[in-house]
Write a protein that binds this ligand. Structure first.
Ligand code: NAD
Length: 320
């Protein structure tokens, strides 16, 4: 029988790439999304396929899916600060109620579920690089708390369903990921820099630019998620690219890549902005035999080419 997978957040950046991957693996994919931050354009190429169906639905409300399900990937959630600061309650709801609904569905359908957690569960980390056994440094009542704590609750309830209901669960802690179908205006450094370069604006770096990030190309992330789903590891696993770079150096790389004549301008650092972010991926290497394959130069070129071919209207679009 054809395997069936439910992917929540399917119209988003990661959900759409995961939908492509599982279609290519021969699955029947049920995409679910309320389009609050996603865009049907990301999956419009799948609509003509009989092995793809789409439910326009808010997963924080009861989820009903007919037929059997083998797997659930719960990826619905606003993911960038610009989004979750604008819709904080929906963010808390989708991480808590939405996850509860997905876990209930997994239990009812006897399906294996993988939930999308984040490096943000480590908050502004006091340990570097971050291993899965670091518990984090999160300000629950700071502006980012709505996202970080929703994801921490998500991990806790997922583990509880595993322990108390024997649901087969997987938790992926995703570090910054980039690639085609990101939104130029989602406020994250990479699309923000490329958008500014394409519009002929100066590149804005917050703080002195010494804070670091590490960027994982989306195809590498999807491979890691696929391997984790197929593994028997119920504990959280970091998936990300440990190649760390300061935001100032990164802005300079984007200036090189795009050939823009603009310069870097500095603005004050937002509250609770993490100073350092780098995954320790020893666990993923050991358990999943996984590591990133696409280097930043290659990944950035593909991503820049994607942004370059977008209609001019996209360049000036305000955040949703
Ligand atoms: P995205 O905003 O592109 O996609 C999220 C999707 O979820 C959107 O299509 C949105 O419309 C949908 N959604 C949000 N709330 C919903 C709800 N209540 N019901 C149904 N659909 C809903 O973001 P993304 O970057 O693709 O992130 C996907 C997941 O991965 C999120 O859970 C995010 O927390 C996690 N994650 C992403 C990154 C990253 O670097 N992109 C890093 C860490 C974790």
């Amino acid at each position: 029988m054809q395997k069936r997978i439910l992917i929540t957040g399917a119209a988003g950046f990661l959900g759409s790439h995961l939908s492509d991957r599982f279609i290519n693996e021969g699955y029947h994919v049920i995409g679910m999304d309320n389009l609050i931050t996603g865009d049907l354009k990301n999956i419009e190429h799948l609509f003509k396929l009989p092995q793809f169906e789409f439910y326009h639905h808010d997963v924080s409300k009861f989820i009903h899916v007919t037929g059997h399900l083998d797997y659930i990937l719960h990826f619905a959630s606003p993911a960038s600060p610009i989004d979750y600061l604008k819709i904080p309650i929906q963010t808390l709801k989708v991480g808590s109620l939405g996850t509860h609904n997905c876990l209930g569905l997994a239990k009812a359908k006897n399906a294996r579920i993988l939930v999308a957690s984040t490096s943000e569960v480590y908050g502004d980390p006091l340990v570097h690089p971050q291993t899965e056994n670091y518990w984090g440094n999160v300000n629950p009542v700071g502006p980012r708390g709505v996202y970080d704590e929703a994801k921490r609750f998500q991990e806790a309830i997922t583990m509880a369903y595993h322990t108390f209901h024997q649901v087969q669960t997987r938790i992926v802690r995703i570090f910054n990921t980039y690639g085609p179908r990101m939104r130029l205006n989602d406020g994250r450094a990479l699309p923000a820099f490329i958008g500014q370069a394409l519009r002929g604006e100066d590149l804005t770096v917050f703080g002195d630019g010494s804070q670091t990030r590490s960027f994982c190309y989306v195809d590498d992330l999807v491979e890691g998620i696929y391997r984790l789903l197929m593994s028997d590891c119920a504990e959280p696993v970091n998936i990300g690219n440990p190649d760390e770079i300061s935001l100032k150096d990164f802005a300079e790389e984007i200036i090189q890549l795009t050939g823009t004549q603009q310069k870097i301008v500095y603005k004050p650092l937002p509250a609770d902005d993490p100073k350092q972010r780098q995954p320790d991926i020893s666990k993923a290497k050991a358990l999943l035999n996984w590591g990133p394959k696409v280097n930043r130069a290659e990944g950035l070129k593909i991503t820049y080419n994607y942004f370059k071919q977008l209609p001019a209207s996209e360049l000036h679009k305000l955040p949703k």
